[in-house]
Design a protein around this ligand. Structure first.
Ligand code: RFL
Length: 402
């Protein structure tokens, strides 16, 4: 039997999901004095430890800084201006910092989420409920939308009335499914490729990000913190992570990342081993009625180009500004433009991810034609300054996409 529903509450905005998008949005709203409730299905401890992204683009860092959300990041993140491509047994340094004056910042996503929860809930006094179950949206096309959920402590189902709902609940959330099927379409790309995503308890094995293009498959090396390093190994989609023993992983990484003069890999215990099936999607438009999607709830980019969290934060900046203008000044222009403005950057990053996927995976495709064109793309980055500049711009998300 469902316990009786308690009296309903009211907040101007309900945000579903306390990932980077939901927490930044919540903080922007609180900063402007707009009332907001964040509903998160996991516990605070869980989201503060969940490892995922690490690479943040400089314009996003500056966007967080302007909103008072970058203190921990600016103190602790590493700044990168170079990456290395390894192919044909050789190493090629790509110095994008020198080319653009801009950097990638490496800050584990769980550190950013920890900073953002503290800022939203403890500093800016935002309301947040953890461990909620069965979130349901109602009346998104009406003037009086509401969100209900099961309270994990009491089993009750409170209803929260609001003016707007922000769907920031990631790729596996519920808000995307609440978008009206007759007004929204989802475009998809399945690469037919898997990546074994690994976290090793070991210091980095190179002083920058390394991409290995090898006939056996792509391999990647990325620093996360002083004693944890992320590695990727291309594998069949749906592969069983348990088929990848410690020995097999390190042997494969050594082979695929081998190059003349490369330092040996620092081996360590594997503390995460997951197979990610590489696929992308884009929901268009990202808003319907009173429901606005942001981040992975609206669009997924496989971690090929390290873009997903950057896009999620871009959405949160714009949605925050749009909601503040609408709720404090009655100005709805930002909200009306929200979806189209976000989607221009989303599609730009989708295209780059697709292009980069071919660079990473063409060598191992088994098709000599694709292997040949991949090699041509790679060489062009190192013998054409124009191609190098164009790549650096996309890699850093440096172009104003308006
Ligand atoms: P999130 O982070 O998934 O947060 C959504 C939150 O919603 C909660 N939730 C619900 N809450 C209430 N009710 C429900 N029904 C709910 N369902 C889910 C979840 O518990 C969660 O707390 O989405 P958001 O905020 O849109 O952020 C997106 C980013 O997390 C994602 O794009 C990145 O992690 C992608 N990504 C990377 N992006 C980068 O920009 N740079 C990188 O270097 C990078 N590396 C990566 C990545 C993703 C990876 N994986 C695991 C796919 C590396 C990896 C391995």
């Amino acid at each position: 039997m469902t316990p009786a529903s308690p009296a309903s509450e009211r907040f101007p905005v309900v945000v579903v999901g306390a990932g980077p998008a939901g927490l930044v949005l919540g903080s922007v709203l609180r900063d402007a004095g707009v009332g907001c409730l964040v509903l998160e299905s996991e516990t605070r401890e869980f989201i503060e430890r969940r490892p995922r992204a690490g690479v943040i683009e400089e314009w996003v860092v500056r966007g967080l800084e302007r909103r008072g959300l970058a203190r921990g990041l600016l103190e602790r993140a590493q700044r990168h201006g170079e990456c290395e491509f390894r192919f044909g047994g050789e190493r090629f340094r790509f110095r994008y910092g020198e080319l653009t004056g801009l950097h990638h910042w490496v800050y584990p996503q769980q550190f950013l989420v920890t900073d953002l929860v503290r800022e939203y809930a403890d500093v800016r006094g935002g309301a947040i409920r953890f461990g909620v179950r069965d979130v349901r949206l109602d009346g998104m096309d009406s003037e009086r939308p509401s969100v209900s959920y099961t309270d994990p402590g009491t089993g009750e189902r409170p209803t929260v009335e609001c003016a707007f709902v922000a769907g920031c609940d990631g790729a596996r959330g519920v808000t995307r499914a609440a978008m009206p099927a007759d007004r929204v379409r989802t475009a998809r790309l399945d690469y037919g490729i898997g990546w074994l995503a690994l976290l090793a308890e070991a210091p980095q094995s190179a002083d920058c990000v390394v991409f290995g293009m090898h006939p056996r498959g792509f391999a990647g090396h990325m620093q996360r913190s002083t004693d944890v390093t992320r590695y990727y190994l291309q594998c069949p989609p749906g592969d069983d992570p348990e088929a990848w023993s410690h020995r097999r992983v390190w042997a494969e990484l050594r082979e695929r990342l081998a190059a003349g003069g490369a330092p040996p890999l620092n081996e360590g215990r594997l503390i995460e081993k997951r197979v990610l099936d590489m696929h992308n999607y884009v929901v268009e438009p990202m808003a319907a009625g009173r429901l606005f999607l942001a981040g992975d709830a609206a669009h997924l980019t496989a971690p090929i180009a390290a873009k997903g969290m950057n896009l999620a934060l871009h959405d949160a900046f714009l949605l925050g500004e749009g909601l503040v203008a609408r709720l404090t000044k009655g100005d709805g222009d930002g909200l009306s433009a929200y979806s189209a403005t976000c989607l221009r950057r989303v599609w730009d990053y989708q295209e780059f991810s697709q292009w980069l996927s071919e660079v990473y995976h063409g060598t191992a495709s088994g098709d000599p034609y694709r292997a040949g064109t991949t090699l041509a793309r790679l060489r062009r980055l190192f013998d054409s300054p124009v191609a190098a500049a164009a790549f650096a711009e996309q890699y850093l998300g440096a172009r104003t996409v308006a």
